[in-house]
Structure formats: C-alpha cells, structure tokens
Design a protein around this ligand. Structure first.
Ligand code: CS2
Length: 496
C-alpha cells in the first residue's frame, strides 16, 4: 500500500494532533551550542530531551549531532528537519516531537563541517554517547593498537574516532586562541569522565605533548550518570508513531517514562542550566554511577544471558519467570548491594524495588538480545568489579559467577549455532565458543585468557576460578532445565 502521509518536518508541526507535545520554541530561533558525538537511540531518548526542555528559555544550546560511522541517522532525520517522535512508555503513553537536534553531520563525508563546528566559539560543550567500545580502551589505558587510533595518530587532522575528533577540535581552538569546550561523557561507564580524560590525554600526548599539557590545564571532563531504558526502534514503533502523528517518521524513539541524569558540576566553559530540565548537578557522582551500573545494568546483563539461554525474548518475559525473577532480586539485594558504597540519600531497598518495577514494565518490549550485545565490554564494569569487591570483603560470589558463566554459555551456544555475536571481540569469542567442549575447567580457563575482559588479580584469584568452574558446570548443557537447577543451587550456595 502506498503511504500518502507527509513526512514529519517543520511545516508539518502545525498540523500535528493536539495530543502530541511539540517543541515550545521556534526551531529557527535556536543556535548550536553543543556538538554531540553518537546520535544513537539513547542520546535521542535522553540528553536531547533534556535540551528540548531548555530551548524555550535558553535557545543557545541546540545540538549538532555527529555520527562517526553510519550515515543512517542523518539520512533519516535530515528530510525531517532533525525532528523525530519520542514515545514515552509508562502506565500511560505520551508522544512528543523532539526538536533539539538542529544539525546532523556524518564523519564519513562531512569531516570538514564537523571540525568547523568544533572550532565555533558558540560551541561550549562536546558530549558523547559512543558506548563502551567507542573509548578505544584496553583496560584503563588507551588501546594504541586499535585500528581507529592507529589511523588517527597517522592523520590527526582527518580523524575517525571520537577521541580523534575531540582532540582535533581542541587543537584548532588552541591555535585560534579560543576557549576550550568542556567534554562530557554521557556513556554508561563507571567513572566515565575520568576514563575519557585519561584516554584523551594519552592520545593527545602522542599527537603533540604541548597540546596534551594545554588540554590537561584547560579542559574539564565532568562525570555523569545516565539512566533510562531505551529499547531499539522497530517497524512496529515506526508504524505506531507515524500513525499517531499523521505523518511519516523514519526514525522515532521509544523509552520508559523514568529518566535520570546526574552530572558532576565541573564545567570549564559555560553550561546549559541542566537542573531546570530535571537533571541533578552534583559534586560527587561516583556513588550514583556505581549503584546504577552494578545494580541495574548488572541485573540486566544477567537477565540477558540467562533469559536468552531459557529462550525468553524480553526483559518483561524474563521477569515473568518466578525463579529467574527471584534470582535477580536476590542477586541485587544479597550479592550486589551489600558490597557497594551507595551515595548518601540512596536507599538500596527502594532503589532495587524501583528497578524491579521498571524491569516488569509491561508497556516495554526490551529485547534480551539487545542487552546481550557487547558483553566483553559490559561485564567488567557491570559484574566483575562487584565480584572483586565481594572477594575483598569475603562475601559469597556464587550467584555473581553464575551471571558470568551464563555469558560464557551464551557465547558457546551462539557459536555452535553459527549465530554472529554483536561484540567488538566477536571473532575471538566465536572461535572460543566453537572450541568449547562443555568441560567446565577447560572452557572457563580459555575464556579467562581474554585479558581485555578478565584482568588480574581477579583473573588469577583461585576463589573466583573455582566458583566460575562450578557455575559453568552447573549450567551443564544450558538447557532450560539445567538453568532452573543451577539457579536454585546458586541461591543456596550463597546462603550457606
Ligand atoms: C542495557 C542498558 O542494553 C543494555 O545493556 O542494560 O542500555 C540499560 O537499559 C540502560 O543503561 C538503562 O539506563
């Protein structure tokens, strides 16, 4: 059937149904103040919405969205004047049109325009959501063998990585005598600002030592904690949003109603009044990101691997399985919460209750397969750091090790089925998965050789290795029956 609906655009705004919330500012009155690298769903569901709330009072903070690799987002949103629908899924649903992304550029063919934006004095803030792998780290340090870093170090004025662009922009600013911009990581990484700063300085050091010193002295890298569950866009969402808008939206976004953003208030240049849009400005956010990554994301990844092995499809489906839901709840309450220092004012029981309710949200179909992506990057910050802390405190780790063993079994199953993993280490993981025989000690020991994931001293800790062998063996052939058995055993193991 031919779709006769007009495309979502500036012109179409006036004719949108009254029930749709629209930008409460004139798009043409705004000016770009932020360059954001990584225009994926999370950015458009989270930061772009906070900025959309601010533009009526402060029109100088519109966003220039930069995609590093794919042209898809730009090509979808350009004909829509950067506008897109955001469906908020809670007890009631709400549809908004977001207008804060006023320019879209793709590094593939608009590198000069991106560098010009980075040198624009009106840009005072560069933000990024490039996911764990976009930081090009090996452990805590810059991965100097990473192909993108090798490329950028050879051609620092024609970069392809986020670090390369950040540094190329700062280099121009220094040359032009302009103030530096603040660089704010909005990625779901522990200590995201510190890690980014370290990687930027290590990279800049290799480009030009005096530039590295200038960056060290002038650029601030605040930390931030971001939280909002954002399932990937699918055709059902495209159809639903386009039909509710009465115009075609090529790339709408969906997310839960809940959203949180805690930002360290340490900006070297002017910043948007984020607090007016509901963000929390703080001087100590370490506790918040630890709590979020280890409780919410640690539980999410566990659900993703165990749930996928049980042939379940979504987080809500997994939470509908009483044994798995019970395991997740105990994992958070008994294995994770007791070994993390929570920030003042954050009460673990209430925080965990809220996470469980969010996971059960029936309005959201958050696919476990999406959360299972990039396990090699996610497990260290989400679960392995908790295991290290639990061992240091002499606390039980059987349940936590079951999460890690479930990932290994998941890798093994996908490899044997010939299903490609979405993971920067997919090639080595597939080879390892194919070589797995089901013998716990040899399979687990092969995975432990992945030193980008399992870092010493944890990877050599006899208690960890022993618990991991036991968890992997308990999952046996990773059939749903074996998993049921393993879940029960792990919970008893930790209680002994
Ligand atoms: C999820 C996160 O995909 C994943 O790995 O755990 O994206 C999660 O939904 C967000 O961090 C919630 O803020």
């Amino acid at each position: 059937m031919i779709d006769l609906k007009p495309r979502l655009s500036k012109q179409a705004l006036d004719d949108l149904p009254a029930i749709v919330t629209k930008p409460n500012y004139r798009l043409d009155d705004t000016r770009i103040g932020i360059v954001h690298i990584g225009t994926g769903a999370f950015h458009r569901a989270h930061q772009a919405v906070y900025i959309d709330d601010l533009l009526a009072t402060d029109p100088d903070w519109a966003i220039c969205g930069v995609s590093l690799h794919s042209t898809e987002v730009r090509d979808a949103l350009h004909p829509q004047d950067g506008l897109y629908g955001l469906l908020l899924l809670g007890q009631e649903t709400q549809l908004r049109v977001i207008g804060s992304i006023r320019e879209l550029l793709c590094a593939r063919d608009e590198s000069t325009a991106i560098l010009a934006r980075l040198a624009d004095p009106a840009v005072r803030l560069v933000t990024l959501t490039v996911t764990e792998k976009g930081y090009c780290l090996a452990g805590e340090d810059l991965d100097v063998g990473h192909p993108d870093i090798v490329h950028d170090l050879a051609l620092p004025d024609a970069p392809c990585s986020a670090l390369g662009y950040i540094v190329a922009g700062l280099r121009q600013r220094r040359k032009l005598g302009l103030a530096a911009y603040t660089v704010l990581s909005c990625d779901n990484l522990a200590d995201n600002g510190h890690r980014l700063r370290r990687a930027v300085l290590q990279y800049a050091q290799r480009v030009d030592e005096t530039l590295a010193a200038w960056i060290e002295a002038r650029v601030s890298f605040p930390r931030s904690m971001v939280d909002s569950i954002t399932p990937a866009t699918d055709d059902a969402l495209r159809e639903r949003v386009s039909s509710e808008l009465g115009c075609t939206d090529a790339w709408p976004i969906q997310r839960e109603t809940y959203t949180q953003w805690v930002i360290e208030d340490r900006f070297g240049n002017e910043r948007p009044p984020f607090e007016l849009a509901g963000a929390t400005m703080s001087h100590d956010i370490a506790g918040y990101d630890r709590a979020k990554l280890r409780l919410l994301n640690g539980a999410h990844s566990t659900l993703a691997y165990l749930g996928s092995l049980m042939n379940l499809e979504t987080v809500a489906d997994a939470m509908g399985e009483p044994l798995l839901a019970g395991f997740i709840e105990r994992l958070m309450r008994e294995s994770i919460a007791p070994v993390i220092a929570l920030p003042e004012g954050l009460q673990a029981p209430a925080y965990i209750d809220a996470i469980l309710a969010r996971f059960r949200n029936p309005a959201i179909r958050h696919r476990l397969a999406q959360i299972a992506w990039d396990g090699s990057q996610k497990l260290p910050v989400r679960l392995l750091s908790t295991i290290s802390d639990a061992l240091a405190a002499n606390k039980p780790i059987a349940s936590l090790c079951l999460s890690i063993a479930a990932w290994m079994q998941f890798v093994r199953r996908q490899a044997h089925r010939g299903v490609a993993l979405v993971d920067p280490l997919h090639e080595s993981l597939a080879a390892m998965g194919r070589a797995c025989t089901g013998h716990a000690a040899s399979d687990v020991d092969a995975f432990l050789q992945l030193d980008a994931v399992f870092i010493a001293p944890l990877s050599r800790d006899a208690r960890f290795i022993h618990a991991l062998h036991a968890a992997y063996a308990a999952l046996a052939d990773a059939s749903p029956a074996a998993i049921t058995h393993a879940l029960t055993a792990a919970m008893h193991g930790d209680r002994r």
